[in-house]
Write a protein that binds this ligand. Structure first.
Ligand code: NAD
Ligand code: TYD
Length: 332
């Protein structure tokens, strides 16, 4: 694998993957990123110039995508509109980028016969009840509940259709909630950490009983690389690290790690249609490809993540006020 294109490589997962590819392969990485509010060129700081080509552009732009895909060994498609709250404000960009953009990437990979890995989410399966003893597997039915999840589910269906109808060499991964450095301050953990750093009280949606299955971004990246190396074409691999916690529990850890009292937060309006619980059974990935998560201590991972936000205020500061103004308008 000499040449890899990462779409959305200035975003949270994409930049984590680029850093991982630089550290663990010899590949030269091309990043195509539109730098929407969620993307940040500084997330690629530290990647040596000779290993990185950065192109600002849109995955929906057929000419740009076609030119960049030609000559690659692998394309990893991470570019997406990714935030549920943003999709509830305006779903249209989710349809454009996540569905149409994926179709553009698929067509370019088909034209140039390039191997594709499509980065998806466990949210395509909808949610589970809190007392449901089961977890999502590769056989779980698609039941997306939010506009974001529905757009990602649509993209997954396109990828599978291109594999079956055109023989495209593609794999998919559906990963659970990912945390770590370089995640936008609109998402749960960075929002609360930066709120506390700013002297604001964290905001918990509804009761806070909702459960997410947390995985560190380095483990997510390692899983994607393993699937690129050894995954079976046409297959989906669920990625998760047995990290189920309620939002209340995660916030309690953040408060404690940052020296705040346990009740120093506010309950705010719940998210409409809020998925209750996600949980991943990653048996296929573990058994078939030998992947194992390294960051299994959530508290230790959160502590390192908090340190990163403390030390990188210049990275998040420009976005914080705008994000909070939008939440403020919605009573969150
Ligand atoms: P992100 O919002 O941090 O990053 C998305 C990146 O895509 C940004 O850099 C943005 O500028 C870029 N982008 C958006 N629209 C574009 C367009 N039209 N053309 C080119 N670039 C565009 O999101 P993320 O959390 O890094 O998510 C990336 C992928 O990983 C998504 O497909 C998401 O579904 C998936 N995923 C995320 C998580 C998570 O917890 N964050 C979990 C599982 C799967
Ligand atoms: P988020 O990070 O937006 O990820 P996702 O919607 O993909 O799960 O939210 C994670 C959980 O945290 C979700 O249940 C919503 C909740 N949440 C809050 O309680 N407060 C907040 O300020 C945010 C942004 C999210």
């Amino acid at each position: 694998m000499r040449a890899v294109l990462v779409t959305g490589g200035a975003g949270f997962i994409g930049s984590g993957l680029v850093h991982h590819l630089i550290a663990h392969t010899d590949a030269v990485v091309t990043v195509l990123d539109k730098l929407t509010g969620a993307g940040n060129r500084d997330s690629l700081t530290g990647v040596p110039d000779e290993r990185l080509r950065f192109v600002r552009g849109d995955v929906c732009d057929v000419a740009v995508v076609d030119e960049l895909v030609a000559g690659q060994d692998v394309v990893v498609h991470c570019a997406a509109e990714s935030h549920n709250d943003a999709a509830l404000r305006d779903p249209r960009p989710f349809v454009d980028t996540n569905i149409v953009g994926t179709a553009v990437v698929l067509e370019a990979c088909r034209r140039h016969d390039v191997r594709l890995h499509h980065v998806s989410t466990d949210e395509v399966f909808g949610d589970l009840a809190l007392d449901d003893p089961t977890r999502f597997t590769e056989a779980s039915p698609y039941r997306p509940s939010s506009p974001y999840a529905a757009s990602k589910a649509s993209a997954d269906h396109l990828v599978r259709a291109w594999v079956r109808s055109f023989g495209l060499r593609a794999t998919l991964s559906s990963c659970s909630n990912t945390y770590g450095p370089r995640q936008h301050v609109e998402k749960l953990i960075p929002r609360q950490v930066t709120n506390i750093l700013d002297g604001r009280r964290p905001r918990l949606y509804g009761s806070g009983a909702h459960v997410r299955d947390w995985i560190h971004v380095e483990d997510h990246s390692a899983a994607v690389l393993r699937i690129i190396e050894a995954g079976r074409i046409g297959e989906t691999y669920l990625v998760g690290a047995d990290g189920e916690h309620s939002n209340r529990e995660v916030l309690a850890m953040v408060l404690q790690l940052m020296g705040q009292s346990a009740d120093a937060f506010d309950h705010v309006r719940d998210r409409p249609g809020h998925d209750v619980r996600y949980a991943i059974d990653a048996t296929r990935l573990r058994h078939e490809l030998g992947w194992r998560p390294q960051h299994t201590d959530l508290e230790a991972g959160l502590s390192e993540t908090i340190t990163w936000y403390r030390e990188h205020e210049a990275w998040w500061r420009p976005h914080k006020a705008t994000v909070e103004q939008e939440y403020e308008r919605e009573g969150r």
